[in-house]
Each structure stands twice: as structure tokens, then as C-alpha cells.
Design a protein around this ligand. Sequence first.
Ligand SMILES: N[C@@H](CCC(=O)N[C@@H](CS)C(=O)NCC(=O)O)C(=O)O
Length: 220
Amino acid sequence: MSKPITLYSHATGPNPWKVAIILEELKVPYTTKFMDMADLKKPPFEALCPNGRVPVIEDPNTGITLWESGAIIEYLVQTYDTKAAFTYTSSPERFYVSQWLHFQMSGQGPYFGQGAWFSRFHEESLPSAKKRYFDQIKRVFYVLNKALEGKQWLVGEKCTVADLSFVTWDMMVPFIFGDDAGSLELEKNYPNYFAWNKRLLERPAVKKIAKDKTEASASH
Ligand SMILES: N[C@@H](CCC(=O)N[C@@H](CS)C(=O)NCC(=O)O)C(=O)O
């Protein structure tokens, strides 16, 4: 039995919860340390992550400290998914898993994040910036919807870390779009994407993390 990994997290931010889902799916023991945003960009946290963001993991079993959620997911899979239950060892499948993980990290996370910024946090209303990111988010729905035509999962016949990596940002859609969320008509406009996201949300590990996140948001 391995010693628990420490996951540095934040109550509402989706990126650490993405890592929590992978830890749950892999049944790797972990403990969560919730950070205040105000403590991220100064010592002692900066010594763990010079970028001053969460997630960060510390794994006492290997001595590694790691940040950037995509790199953490790759580490967890390579270290703890010894039977490749959530990835592939074959080619080209393992490269396709990597491709989708990179797309999530560069194509989904940053655009959804900026969409949230300009719809919720920016100090002035900038409709053109909001439109730019909302359009890009719709583009991500379109890409996923097209890739999932006639398929249950992004790569091969099973759920992999590529699929799981998208779900916590997808959970943020109502928050990002607010009153505009209904006009997305996700089920009608992106049916493959919609069914896939529903499939992900029904997984016990994803359900547990959705519940943990709701509870953490209420108490932190
Ligand atoms: N690319 C990074 C993004 C991490 C990130 O932006 N995390 C947010 C929480 S979800 C954060 O720490 N924000 C603090 C800040 O922006 O100061 C990753 O995927 O790990």
C-alpha cells in the first residue's frame, strides 16, 4: 500500500479537481490541502510551484513534487496505472491519449478559464473579449462533438485519462456562461459531446469529486 500523496488544491478552481478525479479512478490514496488564492504567489507555496498555481502534488513514495495538471496526470498514469486501465501502451493509441490531453491543456483549460475571467471577474465589461472566448469554447464543443461521432470515448473503446481530463472544466459551463448557458443548447447542437459528458458525470469517481467540490466550495 502506497503512502498518501498530498494534493494542493483550491475549493472552486477546476484544475486540482481534475487531478483528484484521476487519483480516485486509480484508487491512489491522497490527502487534500486547500489553499487560499492569496497564499499561492508567495513563500512557502512558491517553493513548491514557482508559477504560484494549483494543483501541485507531493508524492512521498517517489519523492517527487510536481505541478501543471497535465504533467501530474501523465506522472500518475505512468507510476500507478500499471495495468494501463486508463491509457494504452500500444501505438498509435497512447499518442492519441497524449494528443487529447494536450488539447485539453492548451485548447480547453485556457479558453474556458479566460471565458470565466471575462464573464465573471474582469473589472470592466468587455463584450468583444467575452465573445472571443465564448466562441472559442463553442469551437471546443464542436471539435469534441465531431471526434465523438459514433464513439463512446475519445480513444479506442474505453474511458481514458484523455476523457476524464475534460470533465471539471465542463462542469464550469453554467458558471462561465451564466444567463447565456441555455442558449448553448448543448444537447441539440453537440449531441455526441453532450452524451459523452453525461457518461463521464455518471462515473462514481466523478460523482464523488463533484460532491467533494460542492462541499469544499461551501466550507472554504
Ligand atoms: N495550467 C495549469 C493551470 C493551473 C491554474 O490556473 N490553477 C488555478 C486554479 S484552477 C490557480 O491556481 N489560480 C490561481 C491564480 O491564478 O492566481 C494547470 O493545469 O495546472
